[in-house]
Write a protein that binds this ligand. Structure first.
Ligand SMILES: [Zn+2]
Length: 314
């Protein structure tokens, strides 16, 4: 026992009454020691370092291997119990604080934390979500797209990859999900992005594709804006002035428009009936998600399409 240069308590340990040592590869014991070398492991409690002369063995099955150490993973420089403690601490404090607390370097603490998280991820129960989501996200305007695969029920990200091509979506579905997980999926929620539909169709032919409400209404709003352009911008200077800068106004839902905004909308609709009808249809589409049965949805949709055609709206 002595005090190391780092101020840590160093404890030298040795196996008692053992002549044969376990092989790192297969775990079988052998007495054929090739060499030995001092190795250290930082350990609990409070700044203890263990020193042990680890043997290099000549294993009959694996060749030259290190001796198996029961309290630490191969190549780790901290014991398993210290790794566990650092990992738990890092959930509630910065890595640097955990490093100071346990008297190890930042790098050691970081590696311990990563090993702890990898272990946790490896051993936790893999969910078999029945409903997954495939979405594109964009970091900043004009930035690159990413595709995110998620468990929509638990709100958990399963995988994330750059790009939004069919190949990316296919890779996510095949590599980030196990065969068993794929088998359990009954529905995929996605936007109307064609490459995604293609990927889902090939990888999960039996799963239902669900377009989420947000994306559908986004398309309806785009169509509504197109009507605004048609009606106001191609109809002379006076009308053009009327419709200018109303895009954001039209994005507003009637029930969330208050006071002046509602008055503005009313003025706009008074100027153009066609825009009003398009707006009403967009508002109505919302009700599609209140129907629970197939005939109900179909009935509503057919009626809605009919109204569109009647108004000669795109
Ligand atoms: Zn072996």
């Amino acid at each position: 026992m002595d005090e190391g240069a780092s101020g840590r308590l160093v404890i030298r340990i040795e196996r008692r009454g053992v002549r044969r040592y376990p092989c790192n590869g297969c775990g079988r014991r052998t007495g054929r020691v090739r060499s030995r070398r001092d190795r250290t492991w930082d350990d609990l409690p409070w700044a203890v370092t263990l020193v042990y002369q680890q043997r290099r063995l000549l294993c009959r099955h694996c060749g030259i291997r290190a001796e198996r150490i029961e309290f630490a993973n191969p190549k780790a420089r901290v014991t398993r119990r210290l790794r566990q403690q650092i990992g738990v601490d890092c959930q509630s404090m910065p890595t640097s604080h955990a490093a100071v607390r346990h008297g190890v370097s930042w790098g050691k603490a970081r590696r311990a934390e990563q090993a702890f998280l990898a272990e946790w991820d490896r051993t936790r129960v893999k969910r078999q979500p029945r409903h997954i989501g495939l979405d594109e996200i964009q970091r900043g305007k004009g930035q690159r797209f990413w595709t995110v695969l998620s468990d929509v029920v638990h709100g958990e990200v399963i995988g994330l990859r750059q790009d939004r091509s069919a190949a990316t979506a296919t890779a996510l579905l095949t590599e980030d999900l196990t065969g068993r997980q794929r088998g359990a999926i009954t529905a995929v929620c996605t936007d109307m992005h064609r490459p995604y539909l293609k990927a889902v169709g090939t990888v999960l032919p039996k799963a239902e594709v669900v377009f989420d409400k947000f994306h559908v209404l986004q398309h309806a709003s785009a169509a509504l804006d197109e009507v605004r352009r048609q009606e106001f911008f191609r109809a002379g200077a006076v009308m053009r002035e009327h419709g200018r800068g109303k895009r954001w106004l039209l994005l507003r839902r009637w029930k969330s428009a208050r006071g002046s905004k509602r008055a503005e909308l009313q003025a706009l609709f008074a100027a153009n009936r066609r825009l009003f009808r398009a707006y009403v249809l967009r508002e109505k589409l919302d009700r599609l998600w209140t129907y629970k049965t197939r005939p109900g949805v179909l009935n509503f949709l057919l009626g809605w399409f009919k109204a569109l055609r009647w108004q000669r709206l795109p």
